[in-house]
Design a protein around this ligand. Sequence first.
Ligand code: NAD
Length: 477
Amino acid sequence: MQYDETLIRNVVAQVLAEVGPMPSGNGAAQQAASAGGRNGVFYDAESAVTAARAAFEQLRERTLADRKRIIDVIRRISIEQCEELGTMEMEETQIGRLEHKIEKLKTLGEQTPGVEFLETRAFSGDYGLAVIDRAPFGVIGAITPVTHSLPTITGNAVSMIAGGNTVVVNPHPSGKKVAAEGVRRFNEAIAAEIGIDNLICVIAEPTLESAEALFKHRSVALICVTGGPAVGRAALNSGKRAIVAGPGNPPVVVDETADLDLAARSIITGGAYDNNLLCIAEKEVFVVDSVFDAMMDAMRRAGAVQLNAAQIAELTSKAIVTVGDDQHDAACKDYIGKDASFLAAAAGVSVPPETELVFGETDEHHPFVSVEQMMPFLPFVRARDVDHAIAMAKHYEHGFRHTAIIHSRNVRNMTKMGRELDTTLYVKNGPCMASLGLGGEGYLSFSIAGPTGEGVTTPTTFTRERRCSMIGELRVV
Ligand code: NAD
């Protein structure tokens, strides 16, 4: 599809101009209380939370069937408009690959779990009946990353509304336009079909201060953050219950029993997806020495381009920077999510633009091993044996307990690595995304809560348990 950037910019500017900035003081509260027509786009946390609370009060009067209809609207837009919205996201963020931006929206629309995930439990006995249901929290404050701005909002909105909640999103500033436009479209269509506006609210000019205001707001019952270490820490310090979908640095182990061609195809599929922006994506590979050279051959056969030591050094000098008081290594923003051909050019090599992944041999101390690089360059490190490979994988996963991957036919090795790394997602013999139901069993979410333990988030994640007890009656058996 041909994309007209000016047109999209104008549309977003027009939307923001139409809804206009919120007035301050009492006017803000009044307008938020009757914030119908804003389609979820707000300029400050107070107004957004007030509108989301009003929407929650309306939603709680509705049926589960209505929740399903609302979610179906989000699904429909996410699927039918994936090309336009995915292109908008690509143009705004300038990271990743267009086809994957589009595919992510479509897949989230199709596969995020809905109200069917909410389970009721019952205890029936001599004393009567107890029914345990999943109840909403109310208004949820969500923080979303630049790596998947609208996709994360889409998945969060489906899960959170399925659970009966409404949500206010403080998006990453570099993905705020597509966030506002996506949210506007969702709300406009939901209001037309169901008659409730502002079920999903977004802060159109997000800042750290607006995030802080969301964290502290008395009407925000729960926080869900998806991002790196800083936002995770901020959420956990907020004094509220927080669901933290934090960073990862997923290692891959390849042992001597692996199907090397399958391993190579899987590593390219996962590691190159959206130019390595997925938090679950393969980031560094530890291969046992006896099959190391054969694995490098398999990678080349599968279409990845190998860089030599001098080329890797050249790329590293540009793509890795030192930051902070302790001068630690970090990925250079100008290289995050860029195409493999861009990285190759930085290394002084010309490769076809359709090249998915570049790779090369490094030692374990190389910054590309320890840094969550989010670039389609993967370092391959020789290991003496599988125990050495697993030990290095554990070390460089940094204790995030996020995602780990092994290619092996030896169940003992699989078991050992699973126990050692203790990650939320553990994939055997496939690409990382197979763990989210994309070519593997299970279900999908783009918020994987490792640090706080909820795992791949679902509607149930965003609910509270409530028990309703009938004493002495209604056990009819
Ligand atoms: P980021 O941490 O820079 O930003 C994430 C969000 O947090 C943004 O909206 C940002 O504005 C906000 N933020 C940052 N510091 C904050 C603070 N102190 N207080 C309040 N808000 C703050 O990350 P990013 O570059 O946007 O996304 C990539 C990171 O997100 C990677 O580390 C990746 O692993 C992680 N991620 C994790 C998951 C998961 O499900 N676990 C999913 C996607 C991305």
